[in-house]
Design a protein around this ligand. Structure first.
Ligand SMILES: Cc1ncc(COP(=O)(O)O)c(C=O)c1O
Length: 396
């Protein structure tokens, strides 16, 4: 029998996050205690009013396909939200499309807009699926390292040097996974200039746009002067409303881009989950108290973890958004993969090796504090023991 797996899929790895989770689950099944810092989803339940709205929709028979673009009422609510919170003016009839989470939105933008051989600029470290999706589309990912010392923004000269006549798209992810940081206004303006000069299409993944701390304000790339016409904005209900399993997100982009992407979406998905869309409508139009409560709790954990690591002398950029820390563990000379395994096997802490997010993430760990305050305290105590042991020359 021939090898049916195409070469392009051989280049697409299983995500490292899943690998860590599987190993951690196996250890737990053997009776070991594990603190989970590997998961990238809020540990809160979806707010009750959102669940009730979806249940009502089910009872009322909202169970068929919606328009490929999503229900008009939800698109109108999204348009209102974008105008109020993101300074983006999008026509709900032609410039908004509801998708199965931000992930399908990213896939639709990549499959719908790229051709084989197109080059795409990606940040390193960055969200793992971008490069995989680009490879499945037979386009070419070109990574540009982010500068840790500059709060993980691009070195603009390096970024511009990576642009060729084949570069079609820049994928911008701010607030960023895995770093939990945000690009500042000056960097975004400079990026806008580069995109204009080289006529680049921008995929702005804003999955974490509302998970912010310290009074930080998110700036949507599409709201910058002249950027709307070349920007595909992606947002999601997953992180903001603790709705990861609902699979509802959306794209806002000029009608000429949506017209192309909706054909990829109708071919792959038809339409996003019908009653899920009704829950999403309630999320946008109902009370926002649960969001504020979730953010207050995340903030407590963020400060606990950040202060704890800093006191331990582990270098770490202060997270501004999302629920991740990206500490530098180069002191221990193990590399991120080995260190993550060592920490899990010997101290029962599951975190993701930084190298999973790209070569520039080597010597870092991604720690997600989407776990209870008590578990964060316990995880931090275990990390402290590991670090103190290693510094004392005790290697298990
Ligand atoms: C940067 C980023 N973009 C997009 C997504 C996809 O999220 P969803 O499909 O649940 O909206 C994630 C999920 O972790 C993410 O971290």
């Amino acid at each position: 029998m021939r090898d049916y797996e195409p070469g392009k899929m051989k280049k697409v790895p299983f995500t490292g996050i899943r690998r860590v989770l599987e190993k951690a689950t196996k250890l737990e099944a053997e009776g070991k205690s594990v603190i989970h810092f590997e998961m990238g989803q809020p540990d809160f339940d979806t707010p009750e009013n959102i669940k009730e709205a979806a249940k009502r929709a089910l009872d009322q028979g909202v169970t068929s396909y919606s328009s490929n673009y999503g229900y008009p009422k939800l698109r109108q609510a999204i348009a209102d939200k974008l105008e109020k919170m993101n300074k983006i003016k999008a026509d709900p009839a032609t410039e908004i499309m509801v998708t199965a989470g931000g992930e399908e939105a990213v896939a639709v933008a990549i499959f719908g807009m790229l051709e084989a051989g197109d080059q795409v600029i990606l940040a390193d470290p960055g969200y793992i699926p971008y490069a995989s999706l680009v490879k499945i589309a037979e386009a070419i990912p070109v990574t540009v390292p982010l500068v840790e010392e500059k709060n993980y923004t691009f070195d603009m000269e390096k970024l511009e040097a990576a642009v060729t006549d084949k570069t079609k798209m820049l994928i911008l992810s701010t607030p960023g996974n895995p770093t939990g940081t945000m690009m500042d206004g000056e960097s975004l303006s400079r990026l806008a200039e580069i995109c204009k000069k080289h006529d680049l299409l921008v995929l702005a993944d804003e999955a974490y746009e509302q998970v912010l701390y310290d009074g930080n304000q998110h700036v949507s790339f599409a709201s910058l002067p002249d950027m709307w016409e070349r920007t595909i904005t992606i947002q999601s209900f997953s992180k903001t409303y603790s709705m990861c399993g609902w699979r509802i997100g959306y794209i806002a982009a000029p009608a000429y881009l949506i017209r192309t992407m909706v054909r990829a979406h109708q071919t792959m998905l038809m339409s996003a989950c019908s009653f899920g869309q009704m829950g999403a409508l309630e999320a946008l139009t109902g009370p926002q108290d649960s969001l504020h409560e979730m953010l207050a709790e995340f903030d407590r954990r963020r400060l606990l973890m950040y202060n704890g690591l800093t006191e331990l002398g582990i270098p770490c950029n202060r997270p501004q958004a999302a629920f991740y820390l990206f500490p530098d563990i180069s002191e221990f000379g193990m590399g991120s993969f080995e260190f993550a395994e060592y920490l899990l096997d010997n101290y029962g802490v599951a975190a993701v090796p930084g190298v999973e997010f790209g070569q520039a993430g080597e010597n870092h760990l991604r720690i997600s504090y989407a776990n209870s305050y008590e578990k964060c305290q316990e995880g931090l105590a275990r990390i402290r023991r590991c670090v103190e042991d290693l510094r004392a020359g005790i290697r298990k």
